[in-house]
Ligand binder design. Structure first.
Ligand code: ATP
Ligand code: MG
Ligand code: FE
Length: 355
């Protein structure tokens, strides 16, 4: 099966063509991402209306380019997949309407995909992973631990109770006068910093459920910064290093709970895997921490290439191919985008309980 995928849920416009063999092997035939980063940088964050307008002006061209790169005609596709949520509704409308139009003119089935399902299944495209496995999704909009049991069968074990981790990096950068996006800037500054100079709290350390919280940590950075003002470059580096260390310690502490829980639920799983996804997964300190955490608990850390960890359309096409392969129904052309759409609900769909 060969699927055209479209992704417009946030600040990336993306189109891709992905094929799935009967044995479940995935091949990316085209994968094009247009990042709007420059459009939003001046505002220090994603501006929804600017994002939606930009999707309108570039998406058609990207779809055409993806088809050319994959060397495939629309008529040879087995389906059209578009992200239907969660995300910014203006952008979702652009991608979903484009997907519907293409489905309508070609008569191909439409798959309205949950963006989070795309992230959750990517490791099967890149690494051929078998179910079940654990997913840690850390991006600008999400911070979740998800048990991936099967296609359409997910359990959210943990989530942030306030800010997403990428958001915390971005806000911390902003209050330290570092450029947007904050993640790479904080990471760069932290390399020359002393993580021990400013003591910061490790969020939720020791609590029983594997949830996350980052807004208190950000406030602690603000207070330390205010007390040390005016800040030298070294002060900023030390604060970034301290922030990053507190983040890593919190992730390690939270992941222990999930890894242990997975172990006890699946004692027969001999090679358990922890998959990381989302833009924050680009952070080297975080990767090192999770690697140690995973191997300490007997898990393999699976980190797909960064380009497939961040938002892309290959994961959306792949999710549709996986759904098609197990006979899940395509979506009706009257489906509407959903700004909020928790992943667990997919489990109900797979079990036939409807949407
Ligand atoms: P979502 O995918 O949840 O809708 P998003 O589009 O904002 O949200 P991504 O594009 O996956 O998410 O990731 C962007 C986030 O990743 C930003 O918050 C950015 O600061 C963060 N990030 C990128 N590189 C790094 C890094 N090296 N260290 C820490 N954070 C990083
Ligand atoms: Mg993004
Ligand atoms: Fe995403």
């Amino acid at each position: 099966t060969t699927i055209l995928g479209i992704e417009t849920s946030c600040d990336e416009t993306a189109a891709a063509v992905v094929a799935r063999s009967p044995k479940g092997q995935g091949t990316i035939r085209a994968d094009i991402v247009y990042s709007q980063l420059d459009l939003h940088a001046a505002y220090g964050g994603v501006v929804p209306e600017i994002a939606a307008r930009s999707h309108v002006s570039v998406l058609d061209r990207l779809v055409k380019k993806a088809l050319v790169e994959a060397d495939i005609e629309l008529s040879a596709l087995d389906g059209i997949a578009a992200t239907a949520g969660p995300g910014l509704v203006g952008g979702l409308m652009v991608g979903l309407m484009t997907g519907k139009a293409l489905a309508l003119v070609t008569g191909k089935p439409l798959y309205a995909i949950n963006h989070l399902e795309g992230h959750a299944l990517t490791a099967r495209l890149t690494d051929g992973l078998n179910f079940p496995y654990l997913l840690l999704l850390v991006s600008g909009g999400h911070t979740q631990i998800v048990l991936v049991r099967g296609v359409g069968d997910y359990r959210r074990w943990g989530t942030t109770i306030d800010d997403a981790l990428g958001e915390a990096f971005d806000k911390t950068a902003k209050l330290l006068d570092l450029p947007y996006p904050g993640g790479p800037a904080v990471e760069r500054a932290a390399t020359s910093g002393d993580p021990g100079r400013f003591p910061l709290p490790v969020p939720l350390k020791g609590t029983a459920e594997p949830n996350f919280s980052f807004s208190g940590l950000k406030t602690a950075v603000r207070q330390a910064a205010e007390a040390a003002a005016p800040l030298s470059d070294q002060d900023v580096s030390d604060l970034c290093a301290a922030f990053q260390r507190a983040v890593c310690r919190s992730l390690a502490d939270r992941m222990q709970i999930a890894l242990r829980r997975f172990r006890s639920q699946y004692p027969e799983c001999t090679q358990p895997a922890l998959v990381i996804a989302g833009g924050v997964a680009a952070n080297t300190a975080l990767r090192t921490t999770l690697d140690a955490c995973a191997s300490g608990a007997g898990f393999r850390l699976v980190a797909p290439p960064i380009a497939l960890c961040t938002d892309n359309a290959a994961m959306i096409a792949w999710a549709a191919a996986e759904r098609l392969a197990i006979g899940l129904p395509a979506d009706s052309l009257d489906i509407a985008p959903r700004a909020r759409w928790p992943l667990d609900e997919n489990a109900a769909v797979a079990l036939g309980h409807g949407k």
